[in-house]
Write a protein that binds this ligand. Structure first.
Ligand SMILES: [Zn+2]
Length: 167
């Protein structure tokens, strides 16, 4: 297991963002333009022993809110339907699932969640926050649906233009 690298300032900011102390936060893996954490990497097993499949957690409140707005529309149902009819997209999404698992395995092997990723991967779309966090953490071209969601968010939120700031 690699050593977590979140410093006190980031832990404090993420605590403000979430409204509670972060559990198992390891590292900030993406920041908005003004420097605050956007995505953190989380321990595959939380300090209390709970297996935690969600490796990348979206913390920026502005991003979280905009993704929630997307989720309240019919986006997840439409993307899931697209997966059922577009074989190339389905294959790319399965590769994203494997990428997610591979990155988590590099941190720790947790038998209870072996083969289980997050967000509905590999065949459904259940949480856009997870997919967006994955895309931001690893960059474009890995999670096709996280990339798509980011494109949909672009009119209202991008990391470059994010205006969230600690109160
Ligand atoms: Zn932000």
């Amino acid at each position: 297991m690699t050593v977590p690298v979140m410093d006190r300032a980031d832990l404090d900011t993420v605590r403000l963002q979430l409204g509670r102390p972060v559990r198992g936060g390891r590292a900030v893996v993406h920041r908005c333009g003004s420097g605050h954490p956007t995505v953190i990497e989380t321990e595959p097993r939380l300090p209390d022993g709970t297996p935690f499949p969600t490796l990348f957690y979206l913390t920026c409140p502005a991003a979280v809110a905009e993704v929630s707005t997307l989720e309240s529309q019919s986006v997840m149902r439409e993307l899931t339907a697209e997966l059922e009819t577009d074989d190339d997209l389905a294959a790319a999404y399965r590769r994203a699932h494997l990428d997610y698992l591979e990155r988590r395995e590099r941190i720790a092997h947790v038998p209870e969640i072996e083969g289980v990723s997050a967000g509905g991967m590999p065949v459904r779309v259940k949480c856009l926050h997870v997919l967006v966090a994955h895309s931001l953490a690893v960059g474009p071209g890995v999670n096709p649906l996280g990339d798509r969601a980011l494109e949909m968010l672009a009119p209202t939120w991008t990391p470059a233009t994010c205006e969230w700031a600690p109160a």
